[in-house]
Design a protein around this ligand. Structure first.
Ligand code: AP5
Length: 209
């Protein structure tokens, strides 16, 4: 099963991806996580990506496309994958189409999580991550348990100012990916403003119903 999960920053892609990959037993490929790991290891890619991410801008297409193509060619992706946060531009979507065509593979669905802009800033600025388990929490909507509360951290690009820049990039560039997949009949629109388990249920119904 080859799936794509797109939506604005803070729409709940990471939260929902955890549920989807568990259900279908496919690898979770998050370009944001891969880029943050590259920054932590201080690789050439990480050093190139860091300033863009800190400003809330998109990392250049050539860097991200090469990173994803290398990842989906790995053996564990033979059974499928869930792409989270990719493609984010029309050029990325077309590069993915070409790679899948060449490999005679196709996408099952593109899940779009829709959340109004007003809700995004509160979700992003309240997000906390557990560096030990990788779990995603929110100070109001999903507070960390007592044993994790002291160690949770905030992402460096989760300030209100950077969040607004990311949202602007989403509307300026990533929104163009939506009609691309709608025209292919692959798009599944999901109301991401509901409670996380309700969002998961909608996604499963859209994929299996
Ligand atoms: P990335 O890491 O992909 O960030 P993003 O798309 O901005 O998405 P987030 O990770 O912020 O949010 P999410 O949708 O996963 O939400 P979450 O589940 O955490 O990218 C970061 C940067 O990397 C980009 O800005 C760019 O620079 C670069 N990059 C990445 N991919 C790229 C690409 N393809 N091309 C170019 N550059 C790229 O939830 C958010 C919060 O809300 C959490 O606290 C959660 O607990 C809470 N929450 C979740 N669901 C709900 C709900 N239903 N109700 C209430 N609260 C909820």
């Amino acid at each position: 099963m080859r799936l794509i999960l797109i939506g604005p920053p803070g729409a709940g892609k990471g939260t929902q991806a955890d549920q989807i990959v568990q259900r279908y037993g496919i690898p979770h490929i998050s370009t944001g996580d891969m880029l943050r790991a590259a920054i932590k290891r201080s690789t050439k890619l990480g050093r190139q990506a860091e300033s863009y991410m800190d400003r809330g801008e998109l990392v250049p297409d050539n860097l991200v496309i090469a990173m994803v193509m290398e990842r989906i060619a790995q053996a564990d992706c033979g059974i499928g994958f869930l792409l989270d946060g990719f493609p984010r531009t029309l050029a990325q979507a077309k590069a993915l189409d070409a790679a899948l065509d060449e490999a005679r593979m196709s996408l099952e669905a593109v899940v779009l999580l829709e959340v109004p802009d007003e809700a995004i800033v509160e979700r992003i600025t309240g997000r906390r991550l557990d560096p030990v388990t990788g779990k995603i929490y929110h100070i109001k909507f999903n507070p960390p348990p007592a044993d994790a509360a002291a160690r949770v951290i905030q992402r460096s690009d989760d300030s209100e100012q950077t969040c607004r820049a990311r949202l602007a990039r989403y509307h300026a560039e990533t929104a163009a990916v939506v009609p691309h997949y709608e025209a292919q009949g692959l798009l599944r629109r999901i109301d991401g403003s509901r409670r996380p388990p309700d969002v998961t249920r909608q996604i499963i119904d859209a994929l299996e119903g």
